[in-house]
Design a protein around this ligand. Structure first.
Ligand SMILES: Cc1cc2nc3c(=O)[nH]c(=O)nc-3n(C[C@H](O)[C@H](O)[C@H](O)COP(=O)(O)OP(=O)(O)OC[C@H]3O[C@@H](n4cnc5c(N)ncnc54)[C@H](O)[C@@H]3O)c2cc1C
Ligand SMILES: *[C@@H]1O[C@H](CO)[C@@H](O)[C@H](O)[C@H]1NC(C)=O
Ligand SMILES: *[C@@H]1O[C@H](CO)[C@@H](O)[C@H](O)[C@H]1NC(C)=O
Ligand SMILES: *[C@@H]1O[C@H](CO)[C@@H](O)[C@H](O)[C@H]1NC(C)=O
Ligand SMILES: *[C@@H]1O[C@H](CO)[C@@H](O)[C@H](O)[C@H]1NC(C)=O
Length: 536
């Protein structure tokens, strides 16, 4: 038989596709070869975990904070790498490109949708927990913090150097620096100092070409993008340099709980007018859940917890509350004096004496099955609206659902929408966090709760600005839209992208196209590159 050119071409294509199939089913083998070969570091084999390794599962699960994603059905990484040197990350990026393994990067593992450790395509998990050095420099009032450090470790390291300083970031001590800051980072100092991302002064990152860049060498566009635009779009964050914030030796906190019988509806309504206007040294946030009640038909009531910390003294706080929010009836007995860091124990109902252990423990004690969503609220929700939310909360078991409303105002009103990728500034009174927690692996149970929170989100949707309805990137929600497994057009990504970033989405696309044109760093909601070619 005479081989025609066409037949040869066909045979070649066939071979090519067979070898593609082979290599995509086991891309980790040549990858490991490449890694060993690339790196002149003989210890690199100590950071490679394959599924056969007896430590693989415990390493994978240690930083999975949402138990939904510990199920056997959840796609698992072909490999876990736990780098200790920057050169190992450079080698991993190089070999991933060659052997077609996607990289997912994990710092603290709190991603609500598990995007830091799950992918539908063969992938490796780059687990950054060894990059957790923290060096505090009091003279320049700044600190370099490794991506794999937790915010709790950071708070404690700063406190130990000088308890008059802290950092503006989130509430939960186990949050990872790498994910938290690169997506924004909102906590008790937000009304005076903005987000964690607003307090970053330098950063170190490894880009798709393996270059180690700092603020100066990465340029202002990329430095802008990794302060709220989600780091995993652009490279591997190694560390952030953060600005320290001065806090008093002692602060005053309170937690006042009011049920429906104690006028919770009216108080929550009023809170919306008051909380964004309070002095900046004061934050009063709201945690709302339904609880068991013997006084009401149905056996449940709503409990609104007004949780506050004030950087001033007790008498002044009582005066301020009397002036702005007398209906809440905060009394001297409600006030507790504590150090700034102790507030992070108080926030979560832990004994404040345990604070050092709480800040330094990397083990999360409150893992759950959960689904979360977010909103930004511009105009106060009317009382009827609040009652509709209560009705919805009553459909779930007591304590299963939780809303947390964190007031903005103050500094947040002064930062322009384009200053960082996080656009939800002036005009937004508060951010609403909506979550449902459950226990158990049953997937129909999970579906029931997920459906419920989508319905709750629809109810809340009547009271917030749409076009686009806002959402917070650090509270990732795949219901907002996802990318294709292959390439995704800018217009398709805009659907979810503008909810998080509004007009800043286009600048993020511009930066992405410049720094990662082939779209190597990918996830369900990664910023697309305009240059990546469509193969399907
Ligand atoms: C219990 C809980 C409490 C929370 N409380 C708050 C709060 O008070 N305030 C608030 O603002 N948010 C809060 N969040 C949300 C939290 O800020 C985000 O989930 C954040 O992204 C977590 O960062 P991480 O490093 O822990 O998570 P990861 O899951 O490790 O990472 C999250 C995202 O960042 C990427 N990423 C991680 N590390 C790197 C890196 N080194 N380089 C590049 N990309 C990286 C990941 O790939 C992923 O896309 C909370 C979340 C949970 C689960
Ligand atoms: C698991 O991997 C670690 C790090 O690579 C290695 O030290 C260890 O020997 C491996 N254990 C097994 C059982 O393969
Ligand atoms: C901590 O910093 C404060 C404010 O700058 C300063 O007054 C104080 O002396 C410092 N304390 C220590 C122990 O260095
Ligand atoms: C509820 O509010 C009303 C006034 O609107 C007031 O008279 C009443 O004392 C309040 N109840 C409680 C328990 O605070
Ligand atoms: C899940 O179980 C734990 C431990 O039994 C319990 O404390 C928690 O309240 C439960 N959570 C929900 C949402 O049912």
């Amino acid at each position: 038989m005479k081989l025609t050119k066409r037949m040869l071409q066909f045979a070649f294509l066939l071979l090519l596709s067979i070898s593609c199939v082979l290599s995509s089913s086991q891309p980790e083998k040549p990858f490991i070869q490449c890694l060993l070969h690339q790196s002149d570091d003989p210890t690199i084999s100590n950071i490679i975990y394959t599924p056969k390794n007896s430590s693989y599962s415990s390493i994978l699960n240690f930083y999975i904070q949402n138990l939904r994603f510990t199920s056997p059905e959840t796609p698992k990484p072909k490999l876990i790498l736990t780098p200790v040197h920057e050169s190992q990350i450079q080698a991993a990026i190089y070999c991933s490109k060659i052997h077609g393994l996607q990289i997912r990067i994990r710092s603290g593992g709190h991603d609500y949708e598990g995007s830091s450790y799950i992918s539908e395509v063969p992938f490796l998990l780059l687990d950054m927990f060894n990059f957790r050095s923290i060096s505090v420099d009091l003279e320049s009032q700044s600190a370099w913090v490794g991506a794999g450090a937790t915010i709790g470790e950071t708070y404690y390291a700063i406190h130990k150097k000088n308890s008059s300083f802290s950092f503006a970031a989130g509430n939960r001590p186990t949050l990872g620096i790498g994910g938290h800051i690169s997506g924004g980072g909102c906590g008790p100092l937000v009304r005076e100092y903005g987000l964690a991302a607003d307090n970053v002064i330098d950063a170190r990152l490894i880009d798709v070409n393996g270059r180690i860049l700092d603020r100066e060498s990465m340029g202002e566009d990329l430095f802008w993008a990794i302060r709220g635009g989600m780091g995993a779009n652009f490279g591997v964050i190694l560390a952030y340099k953060i600005r320290l914030i001065e806090v008093p030796e002692k602060v005053i906190a309170f937690k006042v709980r009011r049920t429906l019988e104690q006028n919770a509806t009216k108080l929550v309504h009023k809170w919306q007018f008051v909380a964004p206007k309070l002095p900046r040294r004061l934050i009063v946030l709201l945690k709302i859940d339904s609880v068991v009640s013997n006084d009401r038909s149905g056996g449940k009531t709503i409990q609104a917890s007004f949780l506050s910390v004030f950087r001033g003294d007790a008498d002044e706080l009582l005066q301020v509350m009397e002036e702005y929010f007398p209906e809440l009836g905060v009394m001297k007995e409600d006030l507790k004096e504590m150090s700034w860091i102790q507030y992070f124990a108080f926030y979560d109902d832990h004994p404040i004496e345990d604070i050092v252990q709480i800040l330094t423990s990397r083990v999360s004690t409150s893992k759950s099955y959960l689904k979360a969503k977010s909103d930004f609220v511009q105009k106060p929700i009317p009382e009827e609206g609040i009652e509709k939310i209560w009705e919805k909360l009553f459909e779930e078991d007591p304590l299963a659902a939780q809303l947390q409303w964190t007031p903005f105002g103050g500094k947040m009103d002064e930062i322009s929408e384009s200053e960082t990728p996080f656009p939800h500034r002036a005009g937004n009174s508060f951010i609403m966090f909506e979550a449902i927690f459950w226990n158990g692996t049953d997937s129909s149970l999970a579906q029931k709760h997920v459906n419920w929170i989508r319905e709750l989100h629809d109810v809340i949707g009547q009271y917030v600005d749409k076009n686009p309805r806002g959402a917070y990137a650090d509270y990732r929600d795949l219901d907002l839209g996802v990318n294709n497994v292959g390439e995704t057009s800018v217009e398709q990504a805009r659907v979810w992208g503008e909810t998080y970033f509004k007009k800043n989405f286009d600048r993020l696309v511009y930066v992405k196209t410049r720094v990662d044109p082939d779209n190597f760093f990918k996830n369900e909601q990664s910023i697309p590159s305009r240059l990546a070619h469509f193969s399907s």
